[in-house]
Ligand binder design. Structure first.
Ligand code: AMP
Ligand code: MG
Length: 349
């Protein structure tokens, strides 16, 4: 198929193109769109065929469920059984980078939810995404717009690399602001019927922020740890290898001086690629150095991470090194993505 690329930064100035893209979604087509987190590969969230086409385009296992995207937080009621806690979360964080898992209604086909009786719902804040969902007049099922296993796309060029010829439209809205996928929480109930949350995937909405809205927010063990052989994860996506560059990625855990000395020695003896902090640029040899942002600027590192992993892949280095991120705040989201990309390989220096 021939993929059309629409460049849209301001939805007001591109109403015709958005109506076109909305019609394509309603007719069962696939449209890639920008969000504040990463690019999404969208199809009609009420159509089993669209879900099948999304899985095929991505090469994604069909038991890994899709997130449905809505234009307004209140629309969740059409597709899921919402609760008071959902609306408290919506008030605090939506539209924005938070996905909430709730029991699904019958109009969401089980092919969208990977056979589960729950559905993941998100209302993105990106104006182009919201305008597209409104134009479609349905919810939009959308996983990240990458080939399964590759880093999520944070720029339309990554999408073109992965999906050109496999989707009807790619909407180029420039670079994504956050750069890591949404925080995912599931609404649960304890023995006293009190609601609480389980954090399934960390993102820009941090654990601390969630704790301001809900008294109890458990962190699923698979967020930071390796799943045991045969262990059944709470979220199917947790069991898949993710974001992996072709060369092995090794995360370095140690104090700044020791890590820098290690990297200098490695650079002298190996064809390695280093994802470094901006402050380290002058102390390392420039060959295959990929700066990811200032040491303490986790937001900048989050925004850069997936593009940096793609760039690292293109260097043909035999090994890629990066710093092990801290596990607090936004660091937990970085840690969660990087530990998967590294297949849990951490070197203590
Ligand atoms: P992606 O679409 O690439 O952002 O990944 C979506 C993530 O949401 C995957 O890891 C899924 O496993 C998870 N997810 C979606 N729906 C559900 C659900 N109903 N229950 C648990 N996890 C879900
Ligand atoms: Mg993904």
């Amino acid at each position: 198929m021939k993929t059309q690329v629409f460049t849209i930064h301001d939805p007001q100035a591109a109403q015709e193109q958005l109506l076109d893209a909305g019609r394509i979604l309603r007719a069962g087509g696939l449209v890639v769109f920008p969000t504040e987190t990463v690019y999404g590969l969208g199809g009609d969230g009420t159509s089993p065929q669209a879900a099948a086409d999304i899985y095929a385009a991505k090469g994604r296992p069909s038991d890994n469920p899709l997130i449905i995207h809505i234009a307004d937080p209140e629309d969740a009621d059409k597709y899921a059984y919402t609760t008071e806690l959902y609306f408290a979360l919506a008030k605090a964080f939506m539209p924005g980078p938070l996905t909430v898992i709730m029991p699904k209604r019958d109009n969401v086909p089980s092919s969208v939810t990977g056979g589960l009786d729950s559905v993941a719902v998100r209302c993105p804040s990106h104006p182009v995404a919201r305008a597209l969902i409104r134009a479609a007049g349905t919810c939009v099922a959308a996983p990240s717009a990458n080939i399964s296993g590759k880093p999520s796309p944070t720029d339309a060029r990554h999408v073109v690399q992965d999906l050109d010829g496999k989707v009807d439209v790619i909407i180029d809205g420039g670079e994504c602001e956050i750069g890591l996928e949404s925080t995912i929480v599931k609404i649960m109930q304890d023995e006293q019927d009190e609601p609480y949350l389980v954090l399934l995937r960390p993102g820009a909405i941090t654990h601390d922020a969630l704790c301001c809205v809900c008294r109890r927010v458990d962190i699923a063990p698979a967020v930071a740890e390796k799943l045991a052989e045969n262990e059944r994860p709470l979220s199917p996506g947790m069991k898949y290898r993710h974001y992996a560059p072709t060369a092995p990625l090794v995360l370095l855990d140690g104090n700044d001086d020791q890590v820098l000395a290690f990297l200098r020695a490695e650079q002298a003896s190996k064809n390695c690629c280093v994802l470094c902090y901006d402050e380290e640029i002058d102390a390392l040899s420039s060959g295959t150095l990929i700066p990811v942002g200032a040491r303490d600027d986790l937001a900048a590192q989050a925004k850069r991470l997936f593009a940096a992993l793609r760039e690292a892949d293109a260097t043909n280095a035999e090994i890629i090194y990066a710093h092990l991120p801290p596990m607090q705040g936004l660091g937990l989201a970085l840690y969660n993505r990087m530990i998967r990309a590294a297949a849990h390989t951490v070197l203590k220096i």
